[in-house]
Design a protein around this ligand. Structure first.
Ligand code: FO1
Length: 322
């Protein structure tokens, strides 16, 4: 094992780069912190969509088209639930249901979310370590012109259609970061922190809203590199660009970089954004950020690692983080 890399990730977009990193790093050198702001209780099950997307992606079980849930899934449970008049807006596949049932059983028996995630990771044969951002509940909520919505109500039930006026991360202020993650961030061993190309508002900022997390990333000696989730003003998938406009933030790679400016050493933008003006002190790295194939994921992972290594070799990172 060489020096570990810490990746901060949400679901589908983040999992793509995480997979690339896991394939180019030595086994065991990648530690992932997953967003749990999307977690919710549904039909009596404790559901952690982003942790599951990461686990399914890393174990090769993910559905490649949807990005969430399992490949070759069957939907008998959903059909039976529909016949009984139950809620079907959030689709739980038959095999996926086993994850939620097992997580719920273990949590009810008193295990922490991190312990449950670790058990599931081992059972699925995933070598990459995966930690939730906290064992304490943090819930992303969105205010529209008329009401506050729970995350999955907004995201899945209402298909991100309502205009978002404000976002809150309920519980984040009091949530504790995972001690293993803080140890890594405070130690000398870390090669890099990678902020994946996930939705800044829905996937990355819930993690950064935990005060210990943001402070430890800002103070860490390892280089911090983020990848833009925006290419030429558009999100690859999901509501990032729409949400930025609704919140009065320009939908651009540079605007994403500005949100993380106090943390970053380098920011990777797509070739289409080669002219992006980044905050002072943040190195602009230009590459192809669209990840359609496994080859794309590995290539972007190598670009990110090379960016981190060139930052740590220079004096600037040390200057900014005495
Ligand atoms: N996303 C959908 O758009 N529709 C669904 O019915 C749905 C079900 C679902 C079940 C389990 C799971 O782990 C994820 C699921 N997702 C679904 C994805 C998920 O809600 C979002 O992609 C994330 O929360 C955003 O990262």
């Amino acid at each position: 094992m060489s020096k570990p890399v810490l990746a901060i990730a949400g679901g589908i977009g983040g999992a793509k780069l995480v997979l690339g990193l896991s394939r180019v790093l030595e086994q065991g050198d990648l530690v992932v912190v997953g967003n749990t702001g999307d977690d919710f209780n549904h039909l009596g099950f404790a559901i952690s969509p982003d942790l599951d997307t990461l686990l399914y992606t890393l174990s090769g079980l993910a559905d490649p088209v949807r990005g969430w849930g399992r490949r070759r899934e069957t939907w008998k449970f959903m059909a039976a639930l529909e016949a009984l008049g139950g809620p079907t807006w959030f689709r739980l596949g038959d095999a996926d249901l086993a994850m939620h049932a097992e997580r719920t059983r273990r949590l009810a028996a008193g295990e922490s979310l991190s312990a449950v995630t670790e058990a599931l990771r081992q059972k699925l044969g995933v070598a990459t370590r995966l930690l939730p951002m906290s064992d304490d509940p943090v819930r992303t909520r969105l205010r529209t012109s008329t009401e506050w919505l729970d995350f999955q109500d907004y995201f899945v039930r209402l298909r991100c259609e309502p205009e978002v006026r404000e976002i809150a991360y309920a519980g984040a202020g009091a949530a504790r970061a995972m001690p293993q993650v803080l140890d890594l961030l405070r130690g000398d061993e870390l090669r890099a922190v990678v902020i994946c190309p996930s939705n800044p508002f829905l996937s990355i900022e819930p993690i950064l809203a935990i005060p210990e997390m943001r402070a430890a990333i800002a103070a860490c000696r390892a280089p911090v590199v983020a990848v833009s989730p925006i290419i030429a003003g558009q999100a690859v998938k999901g509501p990032t660009a729409k949400m930025m406009r609704e919140l009065g933030v320009e939908a651009s790679a540079a605007a994403v970089a500005r949100r993380y400016a106090d943390l970053l050493d380098a920011f990777v933008v797509d070739e289409a954004d080669a002219g992006a003006i980044l905050p002072e002190g943040v190195a602009r790295i230009i590459g192809r950020t669209l990840m359609l194939t496994l080859g794309d994921r590995k290539r972007l992972a190598r670009i990110v690692l090379a960016a981190a290594d060139s930052c740590s070799a220079g004096a600037r990172a040390a200057e900014r983080k005495p």
